[in-house]
Design a protein around this ligand. Structure first.
Ligand code: UDP
Ligand code: MG
Length: 314
């Protein structure tokens, strides 16, 4: 007997053009999963992220007609990550066994949720939805995304390539996530850092069903910067490394400048100027780097992240 109660959390910002269709498709998937005994029951939670259109009215109407549907209305637009967090936190305090997060615009394949549930039954706490290809994305979005994943990985933040916020989490994983106290959210990185058994489900990402993207370039850049700075203090360490390299170059330059001075190749004043520029530049960078190291430590401390999660106990 499968007793899994599933909830799908969907953040919505000005999505009145898609919600009817989203509801129809998600309900169909949930019904199918119930019939196949993949889950016992399935519900949908719409989080209205301070929309300025008819989104909340629509959620109210839908919840009248369809008992699967629940709604949360946020008082102000707080952004995708915070809105999703609101839904996750709400669900964590209820009795759901598993939660799925998905965007409202039907770009992610709703049928992948079935496979996620199967992976979950096999014992995975986190199932990442990973898109196969980026056919429908523009050349620009595809390449900036790729650059971002590379940069993020070299900076030491672990993320799953081509995975956004379409994923399933078990109750245990969800509870581990919501005790992260930080305010700067980069959920795809935070979820990866939890650990616990995980699996990937692959799907093709489609075009937005209707409406337009709520992630213009400016928001994308902010999000990428947030991702890197919330997961890594490496940019600060880079300053120290630069500073020390400058000092090494400075000492070579000093030897060269002194040699030129002694052998009378140098113009008057050149030696002292050259030495000062390299040495002072290096010294300043090193000093900033040292300060950076401490700021990095302070940053890690103030986040007060949980230190570990226990996966098994015997
Ligand atoms: N979204 C939100 N608050 C915002 C911006 C977006 O809740 O301030 C939601 C939006 O309704 C959608 C999801 O976040 O469900 C992803 O946004 P979108 O599809 O516009 O981003 P894209 O797929 O273009 O990156
Ligand atoms: Mg989208």
């Amino acid at each position: 007997m499968n007793t899994t109660q599933l909830i799908i959390v969907v953040p919505c910002f000005n999505e009145d053009a898609v919600l009817n269709e989203t509801t129809a498709q998600l309900s169909e998937v949930l019904l199918d999963m119930e019939e196949k005994k993949l889950i016992l029951s399935g519900e949908i939670l719409y989080v209205d992220d301070g929309s300025r259109d008819q989104t909340w009215k629509l959620i109210e109407d839908l919840s009248q007609k369809n008992k699967r549907i629940k709604g949360l209305k946020l008082a102000h637009n707080v952004g995708h990550q915070q809105a999703l967090w609101a839904g996750l936190e709400w669900a964590a305090h209820k009795t759901y066994d598993a939660i799925v997060s998905i965007d409202a615009d039907l770009q992610d394949d709703v049928n992948a949720i079935k496979e996620m549930a199967i992976r979950y039954q096999e014992g995975n706490d986190i199932v990442y939805g990973v898109r196969n290809e980026r056919k429908t994305d523009t050349f620009f979005k595809k390449n900036t995304a790729l650059m971002f994943y590379r940069l993020m990985n070299t900076m030491g933040g672990e993320i799953v390539y081509n995975h956004a916020d379409f994923r399933l989490m078990s109750k245990r994983a969800l509870q581990a996530l919501i005790i992260h106290p930080e305010r700067n959210l980069f959920l795809r990185g935070m979820v990866c850092s939890i650990g616990f058994p995980s699996a990937c489900v692959y799907y093709n990402r489609k075009e937005r069903f209707a409406g337009e993207s709520k992630y213009p370039l400016s928001k994308m850049i902010n999000f990428a910067l947030d991702g890197i700075t919330s997961f890594s203090v490496k940019p600060l360490r880079l300053i120290t490394i630069f500073g020390l390299s400058f000092m090494v170059i400075a000492s070579l330059m000093i030897c060269y400048a002194l040699y030129a001075f002694i052998s009378h190749h140098a113009i008057q004043g050149w030696t002292s100027l050259l030495i000062s520029v390299w040495f002072i530049g290096g010294a300043i960078l090193t000093a900033i780097g040292v300060i950076g190291e401490y700021i990095g430590k302070i940053y890690k401390e103030v986040k007060r992240r949980p230190r570990y999660f226990i996966e098994k106990e015997i």
